[in-house]
Design a protein around this ligand. Structure first.
Ligand code: PAF
Length: 296
C-alpha cells in the first residue's frame, strides 16, 4: 500500500486512495515509482466520474504499472457564461470509484497552483482543432491543450488514455504530442453507452427526465448518418438527412458533420472513399451533448 504523504491536503487525506494537490508530493511519488522501474499511465479528468472514465483508468492500468488520475475542473476551457460553476464536483464519490478501478494516485491540483498570477502562455492549435467544436467554443482547445500540456509536464507519464467520446479533443492531443515531441503514448478509449445508445458523459446529469428520453436520438441520428455514408450515399445528402432528423428532436444543432477520421479535415464532395468519422453537437434545453461514430 502506497503511503499517504504527510503534505497531502486535509480534504484529500481522508479519501480511500492516495491523493495529493501538491506538485512536490506528486513528483516524489513519480520519482519513487520510476526508481523502482515502474511505468506510469495517466488519465486526465474533470471529475464527475462515470463508467466511461473508469474504463479509461482500467485501460491505463492494463498498459502501465501505476496509474495517476487527475481531477481538475479547468477554468481555461470554459468561456464566460458556460457551465464552469455548475460543473458537478463530486470528489468523495470520484475517489471511491478511482480506488475500485485500481487507480494508484489521485492528483487534484488547485487553480491558483495551475494558473498562478501572471500566467501568460497560450497554445495556438490548427489541423484537427479547426472547425467543429472550435466554431462554437473557440476558447476550448486552447484551454484543453494548455492544461493537458501542464499535466503531462507535471506527471511525466509514459502513456495517457483519452476517451473517443471527445474525438476531436483526442485528435488535438495526439497532434500536440507528436508536434511537441512529447514522449507519451496516447491510447484512445472507446465510448461507453447507455442501453439506448446515449454516450456516457458527466453532463448527462444536467438532463431532465424528458430530455433524457430524447437524448438517445443523437446516437440514432449519427448511426443513420454513418450507415448512409457506408452505403455510398454522398456525404452532402446524408448530412442533410441527419440534420433534418436532429433538428426535429433537439432545441439546437451546433453541427452534424462527416470528417476525415485521422486529420478531421472536411471530406471531398460525393461518396466517402477514406476512413471517416461523423461528429455532432446538439442542445437539449441547457445541456449541450456531443457524440461521434466511425463510418463503416
Ligand atoms: O475531457 C476532459 O475531461 C477535459 O477536457 C480534460 C482532458 C481533462 C482537460 O481538462
Amino acid at each position: 500500500m502506497i503511503p499517504h504523504y504527510p503534505a497531502f491536503m486535509g480534504a484529500l487525506s481522508s479519501l480511500p486512495l492516495p491523493a495529493t494537490a501538491d506538485l512536490t508530493d506528486l513528483r516524489r511519488q513519480v520519482r519513487d515509482w520510476r526508481q523502482a522501474g515502474e511505468t506510469i499511465g495517466c488519465v486526465p479528468t474533470m471529475g464527475a466520474l462515470h463508467e466511461g472514465h473508469l474504463s479509461l483508468v482500467k485501460t491505463a492500468k492494463e498498459n502501465a504499472d501505476r496509474v495517476i488520475a487527475s481531477i481538475f475542473v479547468n477554468p481555461t476551457q470554459f468561456a464566460p457564461g458556460e457551465d464552469f460553476d455548475a460543473y458537478p464536483r463530486t470528489l468523495d464519490t470520484d475517489a471511491a470509484k478511482l480506488a475500485t478501478a485500481g487507480c494508484d494516485l489521485l492528483y487534484a491540483p488547485v487553480a491558483s497552483d495551475m494558473y498562478p498570477d501572471g500566467f501568460s502562455t497560450q497554445l495556438t492549435l490548427e489541423g484537427p482543432a479547426l472547425g467543429l467544436e472550435t466554431d462554437f467554443r473557440p476558447h476550448f482547445f486552447g484551454g484543453v491543450a494548455i492544461v493537458v500540456a501542464k499535466l503531462f509536464n507535471r506527471i511525466q507519464p509514459d502513456l495517457a488514455v483519452f476517451g473517443e467520446k471527445d474525438y476531436q479533443q483526442l485528435r488535438v492531443i495526439q497532434s500536440m504530442v507528436r508536434d511537441l515531441d512529447l514522449p507519451i503514448e496516447i491510447i484512445p478509449g472507446p465510448t461507453l453507452r447507455e442501453r439506448d445508445g446515449l454516450a456516457l458523459s458527466s453532463r448527462n446529469a444536467y438532463l431532465s427526465t424528458s430530455e433524457r428520453g430524447q437524448a438517445a436520438q443523437l446516437f440514432l441520428a449519427l448511426s443513420g448518418f454513418a450507415d448512409d455514408l457506408a452505403k455510398g450515399v454522398d456525404w452532402e445528402t446524408a448530412q442533410g438527412k441527419a440534420l433534418a432528423k436532429a433538428a426535429n428532436t433537439f432545441d439546437r444543432v451546433d453541427y452534424i458533420e462527416a470528417r476525415c477520421a485521422s486529420t478531421l479535415a472536411p471530406l471531398p464532395a460525393g461518396p466517402v472513399k477514406q476512413p471517416a468519422r461523423v461528429l455532432a453537437a446538439v442542445w437539449l434545453g441547457k445541456t449541450r451533448l456531443i457524440d461521434n461514430l466511425p463510418v463503416g
